[in-house]
Design a protein around this ligand. Structure first.
Ligand SMILES: C[S@@+](CC[C@H](N)C(=O)[O-])C[C@H]1O[C@@H](n2cnc3c(N)ncnc32)[C@H](O)[C@@H]1O
Length: 596
């Protein structure tokens, strides 16, 4: 049963027992989250309603979820996509195959995924998957294929001796398999010959973990800040400071003029990164994360039964609490403030995210409190939830809807791998792959006409100025409701429903029209063709990037000129800003942080 249904059942039972009105009056007098949790734990009707679903859920969580046949069918689907060169879809099917596979089916899924990475020129990921396939007992009679692929990867990465060793292993396996692979044997022998004289094979082969360390080292390289690091706000530069205001709460403000495209913040996501699939992002993550035992069962259960309307936020809350541990939570409860330094690696900064508790209805708080008890009971071996943990979960169930950030990546073929230069641009997709708590990023207030954009570099988010920000001006993000896309009334209603504030940005105060109804400038070129050309250049043509950067620079100039010479809003300004954001996203996806 998903949580929405379970909660509806609880409300129904409370109505039938005639307790609901009196209970809601008493619950409304609770003045802290700790009191709310105690209240739920002391309410027999709620506890009784939770008992059976909790037992069933725990049974399901411990039930085996591996299936050779399901793994094989996802793999077959992946093979189908792979043949059609739909690489991302193939990877996604192989991922599903991995999640339910074990033994040989797991090995085959890793091996097939390695072929896709190989075709995408993603040598390290291919190597990692090859090694995992071998570790899982990949069939011996097929091993020559993996060894040859492994040799290609090492060769591309410049490890000649490792390539030599892999090709030789492939050759031995082919030779012992007999005549049927004669052509293959000739081609491998020629690859070995081309490597030249490799006198001594001293370089040892890497295992999956060491390859992964290489991958992570590259992926986690946060883009450099454009200024010195701010010691009070370690993920930001000195161009930004944290201030407080009566009507807008905490906010980030520029300490100097910030030009377009300057990067002044880059926050680590990993503190509480949560992917929406049960599966480890790496073997290192698997080996380090002791809390995964509770978390994975829960995530899998939520997937299979439907997560309910607060499900993902609930899982992010569980991950945070499991990863932080009870002692640090107790400490955060005891400390009123977090001191001078606002450091996102400190749980205290997450603990103090805005939850808008005082503005929430009794019904909303009651529902979240029941969910906190339910989730905490699932995390623990018996059905007696720890009050401290349940209180922390309740706190996060209020703050995360107003503060969690999505992690996205742009699914694009890598440069040079496109077989058709006219590949439709629609193949580029912005994919949401998870959500994360990033407490410093969460200090930025909303505007329907923002001056910064968030850009994901793998699991690191950077923010960049998309218009000039003057000294003393507030940095403003967009929470998903932009003036160019949503009517003012819709923006105001939705922002209030989720974030509990009335927006008074310039676009709201002046009631700017949406993009389609905004005026156009006379004598300005139509940008749509340029956008197409720019995007094509950026990812289809290996010689494209320099020209594309040049184009982005001209857009920046164009935007800056419009800021001072044109009364906004106009369509052209909006389009140029969109192109700039595209440029940022593409640069992040194609940057060396992700691809070597
Ligand atoms: C992600 S937090 C932003 C930082 C927040 N001001 C703080 O003190 O931590 C989101 C919350 O900030 C407040 N907020 C965001 N944008 C706002 C705005 N434009 N005007 C007033 N309050 C705003 C709302 O309470 C919202 O739920």
């Amino acid at each position: 049963m998903d949580f929405d249904n379970l909660f509806a059942q609880i409300c129904q039972d409370l109505k039938e027992t005639g307790e609901i009105i009196e209970m809601s009056a008493r619950f409304s007098t609770c003045s802290s989250d700790a009191q709310r949790i105690s209240f739920i734990l002391a309410t027999n009707t709620v506890r009784k309603c939770l008992q059976e679903p909790l037992s069933l859920a725990k049974q399901e969580m411990s039930a085996p979820c591996k299936s050779q046949s399901l793994s094989a069918s996802h793999r077959a689907e992946g093979n189908n996509y792979y043949q059609k060169k739909l690489n991302w879809k193939a990877i996604s099917s192989y991922n599903r195959s991995l999640l339910v596979g074990e033994g040989e089916s797991l090995a085959l899924a890793y091996a097939n995924r390695s072929a896709v990475f190989h075709d995408m020129a993603d040598w390290l990921h291919s190597l990692r998957d090859i090694q995992l396939a071998l570790d899982q007992g990949y069939p011996k009679h097929l091993e020559h294929k993996l060894r040859e692929r492994q040799g290609n990867c090492w060769q591309e990465l410049g490890h000649v001796t490792r390539a030599f060793k892999s090709f030789n292993l492939a050759k031995e396996l082919l030779a012992s398999a007999g005549q049927q692979h004669k052509d293959k044997l000739i081609s491998i022998t020629s690859k070995i010959r081309k490597l030249g004289d490799v006198m001594e094979v001293t370089e040892s082969m890497s295992n999956a973990t060491s390859i992964e360390q290489e991958i992570i080292k590259k992926r986690r390289l946060a883009p450099e800040l454009n200024r010195d690091r701010n010691i009070l706000l370690p993920s930001a530069s000195t161009s930004i400071e944290l201030t407080d205001s009566v009507d807008r709460g905490r906010c980030l403000v520029a300490t100097e003029d910030i030009p377009i495209d300057r990067r002044d913040y880059s926050g680590q996501v990993l503190n509480n990164f949560f992917q929406f699939q049960v599966g480890f992002c790496s073997t290192i993550c698997r080996d380090e994360a002791t809390y995964h035992q509770s978390e994975c069962g829960l995530t899998d259960l939520f997937h299979r039964t439907g997560v309910g309307s607060h499900g993902f936020i609930g899982l992010l809350a569980v991950r945070t609490v499991l990863k932080t541990g009870r002692d640090k939570i107790v400490m955060a409860n005891q400390q009123e403030s977090i001191g001078k330094v606002y450091d996102s690696s400190d749980y205290g900064t997450i603990h103090r995210l805005v939850g808008n508790t005082s503005q929430r209805s009794v019904a909303d708080l009651f529902r979240r409190a029941v969910m906190a008890v339910y989730l905490t009971s699932l995390m623990q071996p018996d059905n007696e939830p720890d009050q401290v943990l349940a209180t922390a979960v309740l706190r996060l169930l209020q703050s995360y809807p107003c503060n969690a950030h999505e992690i996205c990546y742009l699914a694009v073929p890598l440069p040079g791998t496109s077989r058709r230069a006219d590949r439709p641009l629609q193949q580029i997709q912005l994919c949401e792959i998870g959500s994360a708590a990033m407490p410093v990023l969460s200090l930025i207030n909303h505007s329907c006409d923002p001056n910064i954009a968030r850009v994901c570099y793998g699991d690191v988010i950077a923010i960049k100025a998309i218009r000039r920000i003057a000294r003393g001006e507030e940095l403003l993000d967009n929470y998903g409701y932009h003036y160019a896309v949503h009517e003012k009334s819709e923006r105001q209603t939705r922002l209030f429903r989720q974030y509990y504030f009335r927006c008074n940005c310039r676009a709201c105060v002046e009631d700017w029209p949406r993009y389609a109804d905004a005026p156009r400038l006379d004598n300005r070129p139509d940008l749509s063709e340029t956008v197409d050309r720019y995007v094509k250049l950026r990812w289809c043509d290996p010689d494209g990037p320099p020209e594309a950067s040049e184009m982005a620079r001209s857009f920046i100039g164009y935007l800056e000129a419009m800021e001072t010479s044109v009364k906004l809003p106009v369509q052209e300004y909006n389009s140029a800003q969109e192109i700039l954001k595209h440029y940022f996203e593409l640069s992040a996806t194609l940057s060396r942080h992700l691809v070597d």
